[in-house]
Design a protein around this ligand. Structure first.
Ligand code: ADQ
Length: 489
């Protein structure tokens, strides 16, 4: 039925996200070198054969001159990318300010330090104005490139104002919006001065998607409580117009990880790691160095485990790979030094002349090194304080067919809803519980590990990123067709 409803073959999909999936480096006045960053979203959309995706977003660099802008647009066009040029002031107010200093902490239930909170309160209006202005600039570019029949898929908290701007240009445009972070309880959302305006702009979309049913429910109740609209099982209704709201849990390109384990370079990496940590169980953390990932809590729980289990001290190692992000923000600098301090203390306390219990790296690993690490790990530790989904837990599971290691997973990550039956779920704030889970994981029988792994592996293999993207876009097409039918009745 769905197939018949689609009057096209390869539909054009305009994917709008704050950042383009490229890193751009200027080589000369009119020359740029570009590298595609193969994140989850890119591989998800590359795997979808039904549409032809084009990307619209900021290239992450300031290009004030016209010559540079033209050259960059041309280079990006070859990669099917279309840039939105944002100047430094806008980036400061919209991206660093409203997005990362207001929405990000709020959506993850994180408080700001007192002085930041006051400063934020004062600069709120100007940051929100910049946010709206930036969203309008994205809309201008989308509108310029839009062709009838295209599907426009807006991503994340940076672009909550975009659906409204797009519908103002063209009420027939098919617009979907997906949030990669959690959506908070309406009690939290209502503290935002711009709470109503943001909700109304998102509601202009035809389809609104979240990772979990809980986030979708929070969004609907924010619309009913704050805007006084009617929430239905389908979504939110406003004067006869329905905005569909639903859960679309993301996945990964699991085959890419499974295949990587057969690459000679990865096999060699695995061999080296096994030799390096022979006789010790390997525990692993892979995170962006962000407040939401609960890295200090994870390391403190590991310390507690070592304190209480002297016999394990020389038999286990924690590898924590934390790629730095937003390094210019003082809060993040503070987090880095806090983590370094705790790691140093624990290594000083439990290390020997020949071995330390924690290896902490402030860097990112390339794809092959990461796969090798996932594959040799006995226990993965994901202790996010809040996390939209958390793909690291999926990637670990995909690489564990041989080893069948254990996943310890925060109940506050969206992934807890899909991998909960196979993982050991923990409250990351309760380090006594996390320490006990580490013991449970390290001592788990092969039989139980196998059973838990089977469950999670099946899920990761069958709920892929490709399937996620296909489902969202076909739901969006269907939603629009249903709305047209309703109107014509
Ligand atoms: P993130 O907060 O970035 O994403 P996550 O889903 O775990 O979190 O994805 C991180 C990605 O970066 C993974 O693919 C991982 O391999 C990679 N990565 C992280 N640290 C790395 C390191 N040190 N070296 C190399 N690679 C590293 C946001 C939301 C999540 C949501 C995703 C997708 O915060 O909750 O799951 O979007 O919607």
């Amino acid at each position: 039925e769905r197939q018949e409803a689609r009057p096209y073959n390869r539909q054009r999909l305009l994917v709008v996200a704050n950042r383009l999936p490229v890193s751009a480096v200027r080589r000369g006045e009119d020359s740029w070198s570009l590298e595609i960053s193969a994140g989850g979203l890119v591989s998800a959309l590359l795997g979808v054969k039904e549409f032809e995706a084009r990307w619209i977003g900021w290239a992450g660099v300031n290009v004030p001159d016209e010559v540079g802008q033209k050259a960059l647009s041309k280079a990006l066009a070859e990669k099917r990318c279309i840039p939105v040029f944002l100047d430094e002031e806008i980036v400061h107010q919209y991206y660093n300010g409203y997005c990362n200093n207001i929405l990000w902490p709020l959506f993850h239930y994180l408080g700001l330090p007192q002085e930041d909170r006051l400063a934020t309160t004062r600069s709120f209006q100007s940051q929100f104005a910049a946010y709206k202005k930036a969203n309008q600039m994205f809309a201008d570019v989308v509108n310029e490139h839009y062709e009838e029949g295209d599907v426009v898929w807006c991503h994340d908290y940076h672009l909550m104002f975009l659906p409204k701007c797009l519908k103002e240009y063209n009420s027939k445009m098919k617009v979907g919006w997906f949030l990669h972070t959690p959506f908070p309880s309406s009690e939290i959302h209502r503290t935002l001065p711009s709470r109503s305006e943001l909700l109304r702009s998102v509601l202009a979309a035809d389809l609104v998607g979240f990772h979990t049913y809980d986030y979708a429910r929070h969004f609907v109740s924010a619309c009913t409580r704050i805007l006084g609209l009617e929430g239905t099982p389908e979504g939110v209704e406003d004067q006869g117009r329905l905005t569909r709201v639903a859960a679309f849990p993301i996945g990964i390109d699991s085959e890419r990880f499974i295949r990587a384990l057969e690459v000679p370079e990865v096999i060699q990496h695995m061999k080296e790691l096994k030799e390096r940590f022979a006789g010790r169980k390997v525990m692993l953390g892979v995170d962006r160095l962000d407040m939401i990932k609960g890295i200090p809590q994870k390391i403190l729980a590991f310390e507690k485990f070592l304190e209480e289990n002297a016999s394990w001290r020389d038999k286990v190692v924690l590898l924590q790979i934390a790629v730095p992000t937003r390094t210019d923000v003082p809060e993040y600098q503070k987090l880095t030094s806090q983590v370094h301090e705790i790691v140093g203390r624990i290594n000083g306390r439990f290390g020997t002349l020949t071995a330390v219990p924690i290896h902490h790296l402030d860097r990112s690993l390339d794809f092959h090194a990461l796969c090798a690490l996932y594959a040799v790990t006995d226990v993965a530790l994901v202790t996010s304080l809040r996390d939209g989904m958390n793909l690291v837990s999926y990637e670990f599971v995909a690489c564990q067919e041989a080893k069948k290691g254990v996943l310890i997973l925060s109940e506050f990550a969206g992934a807890a809803q899909s991998l909960g039956a196979g993982a050991i779920l923990v409250n990351p704030w309760n380090i006594t519980e996390v320490a006990a889970s580490i013991g449970q994981a390290l001592n788990m029988s092969a039989e139980e590990r196998e059973k838990r792994h089977r469950h999670n592996f099946h899920h990761v293999k069958t709920h892929t990123a490709q399937e996620w993207a296909e489902t969202f876009v076909s739901e969006l097409n269907d939603t629009v067709i249903e709305a047209q039918l309703r109107i014509s009745k």
